[in-house]
Design a protein around this ligand. Structure first.
Ligand code: CA
Length: 213
């Protein structure tokens, strides 16, 4: 078993909260320093490996919600999807804490469509983002990390990325047919820094990435 696979397999599964939020009359339980949100209904988007693919990552940039980190997912399933129940898991490769978050409401994604998940709070997410994970995780990810997309027990996609650029994004060079995306994004040489955009709106959130040159 690859060491990264082992790391994700044997670490305890929790919904990590990097930020303390006062309870709103609901139970909030602290376990070994991790904040556990009330359990969400267990929804498992019907996804197989490679049907939803990470295509772009942004580290923290400008001030405000638009400057918070985000990642872009492309629907390679050929079907209309609802991302509710999808789990994102982040682990720094230098041994830092693992963070995880669930998509807790309906997020429709058309075939071939792209959804940007931001670390802004959902109610305050930037216009380019389909969902905000910020109520569960708020720690920016600059360092090299492994990012996993899971639907219950199915590992849908995983990307190991280097430290993210302070300007621009770390992006999979495109275009690629949907059927090849999951294989391509495993190859570090298929990724590059996309320096396009502005400091407050770098890269191509929700849009096709430029080719790597
Ligand atoms: Ca893009």
């Amino acid at each position: 078993m690859h060491w990264v696979s082992a790391m994700f397999t044997f670490l305890p599964f929790w919904s990590g909260c990097a930020r303390w939020r006062a309870p709103r009359g609901s139970a909030v339980i602290l376990v070994l320093g991790a904040c556990v949100r009330p359990p969400a209904e267990r929804l498992c988007p019907p996804l197989q490996e490679g049907e939803l693919v990470i295509t772009e990552l942004r580290g923290k940039g400008a001030a405000g919600a638009e400057g918070l980190p985000w990642l872009e997912l492309r629907n390679a399933s050929g079907r209309e999807l609802d991302l509710q129940g999808l789990r994102l898991r982040f682990r720094r490769l230098d041994g830092g804490a693992e963070l995880g978050a669930l998509v807790r409401r309906a997020v429709a994604l058309s075939p071939e469509g792209r959804a940007v998940l931001s670390l802004a709070e959902d109610e305050a997410r930037p216009a380019f983002a389909a969902y905000g994970l910020g109520e569960e995780i708020s720690e920016p990810w600059f360092a090299a990390a492994a990012v996993q997309v899971e639907s219950c027990e199915v590992l849908v996609d995983r990307v190991l990325h280097p430290p993210l650029p302070e300007t621009g994004t770390y992006a999979l060079g495109e275009p690629w047919p949907a059927a090849e995306l999951a294989t391509r994004n495993d190859l570090p040489a298929a990724w590059c820094v996309d320096p396009a955009g502005t400091p407050s709106a770098p890269g191509t959130p929700g849009q096709e990435n430029p080719p790597c040159r």
